[in-house]
Design a protein around this ligand. Structure first.
Ligand code: NDP
Length: 557
């Protein structure tokens, strides 16, 4: 699985990797310091650093103390024990690029309940006070920074000398190997899955544990919990509960099924999640805002709705894949693409791509409620300081990058079928806006066009399913995927061509020229053209689109 190829240009990749490797650790410390000791104010921290320079930074940098190591070690050991010992259903993950299918024990929700109950019981029975965690938070983060770095070195060495499966390999570059990881499914022994531990049982669990910790700290400090803190904690806990409820589904997402175990994923889950993801709550401990019942309830309901939609997107996709497309999506039989691809071992396999429901709206629609959910659990902090919003901004950048990476990967994997999925989003968009396609703020009525298109789609969809199932792709999906790569990049949200590339085929070039001459903006604005003419032009444009691809569009399956 050697993958020296990177998504971004080599320069961007190296600069971003090296800066993340060197800047993330001090950033975690500065964020904690600002939240806890500088009133959440970036300018206060900035002034301090300006005055005291590097020496000042070294002074505020917390050392990983013995109590911090003890807390981290006990927590990690407890979670590892739960992962190994709690019963759970046997779940199979998706087939890996080299044809392996990892097997898991789905005991996430049980581990989550046991962890929270145990933590609250320790507090209730005065065995361990969670405020200790808050009081030593800087030292704990410091211990996590060092410990996780050592852990990533261990993963790198293990990847070289004792990989757990054939889904492993080196890019030949030590920095890339360390940063992106060597193994897709590293395990200790047969059963202890390292990524389940780092991502789920350590990282995501710490999110819930710390959310509760911040709440308890505010309660012990002020004798009450502000409604802002309550809204923040409830939303974060609902989000994490959703995660563990659906944990087996997470095992078929990019983090587990595509990203290898290296600094990017593992350090991120072991350090970045506990420190950055929980930071709005960390801020609220010393900034209790009273929102009032009405506002608090509105924010809570909006946040819950976003988390629900995000959950429903993931659920729809997984239910669809689990039942092999034999399920209902929004009360109807789902429309789909039967996409074939070739594994690195040369085997041809098929996957189903859902093209209706949430997945018919956009390729990564689920990221929208994800970002909005994070906004709603941050907004109780109101707008006195910028720093609580760091997570929302970071998440937005992360998910943009992620959707690009996933898109590139899926284009390479599915080739022309991914292209079909891309173009099909346009017809889904038609349906959603009730037959009105908006161009530059003006609406074009394309209802009759859509009806025709739908009928045509149905016929063509049947063809493509047949092609997929009965024939091997001529020329292979790799060539087509390169074409597809170019294609979606060419359009921005206004239907204009964003850029050309030397790799265009003559057919693509002809198509782009036609498309340019069509000039969708003029089309939308031309007042002296009849409604019918505009419709015809638009339908022609849609027809060009399908012809260019030389493949039919899809319809309900
Ligand atoms: P996705 O759930 O988006 O899965 C992407 C994969 O799904 C693709 O690689 C492809 O894999 C498959 N796929 C793509 N389109 C379709 C389709 N139409 N029908 C069926 N399968 C399809 O993965 P993510 O990991 O990005 O997201 C999972 C969840 O985690 C989301 O809720 C997201 O919001 C959340 N998340 C949260 C983050 C955070 O930091 N808070 C970060 C990242 C994600 P295949 O090869 O199997 O076809």
């Amino acid at each position: 699985m050697a993958e020296a190829k990177t998504v971004h240009s080599p320069l961007v990749t190296y600069v971003s990797m090296l800066s993340l490797l060197t800047l993330c650790p001090p950033f975690v410390v500065l964020l904690w310091y600002t939240m806890v000791h500088a009133d959440g104010s970036i300018s206060q921290t900035w002034e301090y650093l300006k005055q005291h320079g590097l020496q000042g930074f070294i002074q505020i940098y917390p050392k990983p103390t013995a109590i911090a190591w003890k807390i981290v070690f006990c927590y990690a050991a407890f979670e590892a024990a739960l992962q190994l010992l709690l019963p759970g259903k046997r779940v199979e993950g998706p087939i890996s690029p080299t044809g392996n299918r990892p097997v898991y024990k789905a005991n996430g929700i049980a581990a989550y309940i046991v962890s929270l109950v145990a933590y609250l019981a320790l507090w209730w029975f005065n065995i361990f006070n969670p405020t200790t965690v808050y009081d030593h938070l800087g030292e704990i983060f410091s211990a996590l920074i060092v410990g996780s770095f050592i852990f990533c070195i261990f993963l790198y060495i293990k990847g070289h000398v004792a990989p757990s499966s054939t889904d492993s390999g080196s890019s030949g570059n030590i920095i890339i190997d360390f940063y992106w990881g060597m193994e897709l499914y590293p395990r200790i022994g047969k059963n202890f899955d390292i990524k389940v531990f780092t991502n789920c049982r350590f990282g995501m669990m710490s999110w819930a544990i710390l959310a509760v910790t911040y709440c308890i700290k505010q309660y012990e400090q002020n004798g009450r919990i502000a409604d802002s803190m309550l809204v923040n904690t409830i939303l974060m806990l609902v989000y994490v509960t959703k995660f563990f409820w659906w944990e087996a589904g997470y095992w078929s997402t990019m983090d587990i099924a595509h990203d290898r175990a290296g600094f990017y994923i593992c350090w991120g889950c072991l350090v970045w999640v506990p420190s950055i993801y929980t930071s709005p709550g960390m801020y609220l401990v010393n900034h209790p805002v009273n929102l009032g019942t009405q506002l608090a309830v509105c924010i809570l309901v909006a946040g819950l709705l976003c988390i629900y939609i995000n959950y429903d997107c993931d659920r729809q996709r997984q239910e669809f894949r689990r039942t092999n497309g034999k399920c209902l999506v929004w009360g109807k039989a789902p429309s789909k693409i039967v996409a074939s691809y070739t594994t690195t071992a040369g085997e041809t396999k098929t996957s189903l791509l859902l093209t209706s429901g949430w997945w018919g709206l956009a390729r990564h629609f689920h990221y929208v409620p994800e970002i909005l959910g994070a906004f709603f659990w941050t907004v109780p902090a109101l707008f006195n300081n910028f720093l609580p919003y760091f997570y929302v901004i970071f998440l937005t950048i992360l998910l943009f990058d992620r959707s690009k990476r996933d898109d590139d990967r899926c284009r390479t994997k599915y080739g022309k079928y991914w292209k079909v999925y891309y173009t099909d989003r346009m017809s889904a968009f038609d349906n959603v806006v009730g037959g009105k396609l908006k161009l530059k703020g003006k609406a074009l009525d394309v209802k009759s066009g859509s009806i025709k298109k739908k009928k045509k789609h149905k016929k063509q969809y049947d063809q493509i399913s047949q092609v997929t199932e009965n024939e091997k792709l001529e020329g292979g999906s790799e060539d087509l995927s390169a074409d597809a790569n170019e294609e979606s990049d060419k359009f921005n949200g206004e239907g204009k061509i964003a850029h050309y590339d030397d790799h265009l085929t003559p057919a693509e070039r002809r198509y782009i020229e036609q498309r340019e001459s069509l000039d969708v903006q003029r089309l939308a604005k031309t007042a002296n053209k009849s409604h019918r003419d505009r419709l015809q032009e638009f339908n022609q444009y849609l027809a060009n689109l399908s012809e260019h691809y030389d493949i039919p569009k899809v319809g309900p399956g």
